[in-house]
Design a protein around this ligand. Sequence first.
Ligand code: FES
Ligand code: MG
Length: 587
Amino acid sequence: MTDTKSLRSRKWFDNLDDPEMTALYIERYLNYGLTLEELRSGKPVIGIAQTGSDLSPCNRHHIELAKRTRDGIIAAGGIPMEIPVHPIQETGKRPTAMLDRNLAYLSLVESLYGYPIDGVVLTIGCDKTTPALLMAAATVGMPALAFSVGPMLNGWHRGERAGSGSVIWQARQELAAGAIDAEEFLEIAASSAPSVGFCNTMGTASTMNSLSEALGMQLPGVASIPAPYRERGQAAWYTGQRIVDMVREDLRPAKIMTREAFKNAIVVNSALGGSTNAPIHLNAIAAHLGIALSNGDWEEIGHAVPLLVNMQPVGTYLGEDFHRAGGTAAVIGELLRAGLLPHPDALSVTGQTIADLYADMPILDDDVIRRAAAPLKPNAGFLNMSGNLFDSALMKTSAIDEGFRARYFSNAEETFEGRVAVFDGPEDFHARIDDPALGLTDDSVLVMRGAGPKGYPGGAEVVNMRPPSYLIKQGIRALPCIGDGRQSGTSGSASILNASPEAADGGGLAILKDGDPIRIDLKQRRVDVLLEEAEIAARRAALDAAGGYAQPDSQSPWQEIFREKVRPFSEGMVFEGATEYRDITNR
Ligand code: FES
Ligand code: MG
């Protein structure tokens, strides 16, 4: 138990050695109604890192939920203080919400470090909010408890489940093929967002919220409760209550988010069919804790794990179905029972082990969450690809459907050779993809470059490129795609993505030209351009002489700072030097 005298907020509110500063610090916190008695009573001050706002609709329900979190904090003897977090809305921010992950991280670190906060509730939800807040918790090192806003209710369109994001990818193809008009496109999009909450598919939001529970950073069973359900408000109260005790117990993030916990999370991610953004974010959180975690670990630990969750984009169901089937808790329980979770003894925010908490969490519908003995797919984790164009890129094997595998990787070696069509960013793709002069066939490989953290600051979610409309009309719904950008977690595409280093950072994709022959080798985990060494060297020299891969100018001061500091996707897109600052409130 921490002696209340050692709480860091005492330095502001009750410092007998410096009564003058204490008076100055304390006066403004009195002017909205806090009393001297409260502030000098030794109660832990709990920040509620508030990610909800009118700019951030996915997390906006946290404004309401925070009222119950406050009640829980007060009931347990703490003092709540709500802290605004820089807004991040996945679908609204231009050029990409990913650009603001590190900005929200940096600003929350300053807020938590610079003010009288003893512990923090992290209100997570929309894609980048979860990693930004967990990264900040890692850096500051004070007790922290994550709390999801929860997924939206299921969306429905004409009697079918309409999954957020996923239905948009399908509707785009229908629009390109002329099967629907713009009006119906809008109607479909709106139907997939029926309530407050985050995306109801197993996109990046559901993935990261589930993984925060798998890491031990959320109360058990909380990640998957739909946002509007009453249990969500009740979980807010329990979260508020628990964080106060975590401060008293001095239960810090570094005790929970260990390398063992990350290994558990990688396994859970495979079972979920989780997003290809997860490795970027978990590698970043780990880096801020000083824990080594690489894309190689993701393949080594995660590849052989079976797919258990039958949720869009790779499966059928949505968030409400997932919750009723037992949610993330049931997935962790099933992995434990099957002996697949590598570290059952990892600690949770409750102070108990994952095994203690989850071993008896049942699957309540085994069509939505499959049993480990009858999975949707074996070997559902990522492949970590490399070759003569990049050092590391990921492929989500759970997203390879049978038709695609039969068309491209049916030989015993699981290799495919094709010719590339190369696009410099999403604008170039949209301008040229339907141009018949490109002459694309089903032997074409679409390559996207200039879409990584430096090239398109933050990295664009654009590697899952659709074929040209003339091929879609022939029934070709997907071509192999490779790129240094990302793809939305709600896309079911088996692209090879997050290629590091990116074209704008000296990566080999920069030397490709339309029509170059390329080989993808799934068994050897390689992607190689089939050019002579001398030709590759000559193209590299020409590129260097021209000053490197051309990228567009920054549009804001932050974009410029970001580009100067950022590390590749494979290293979590963290900032150079930032990971040296660890546990800063305990130094
Ligand atoms: Fe916010 Fe998907 S867009 S969670
Ligand atoms: Mg996204």
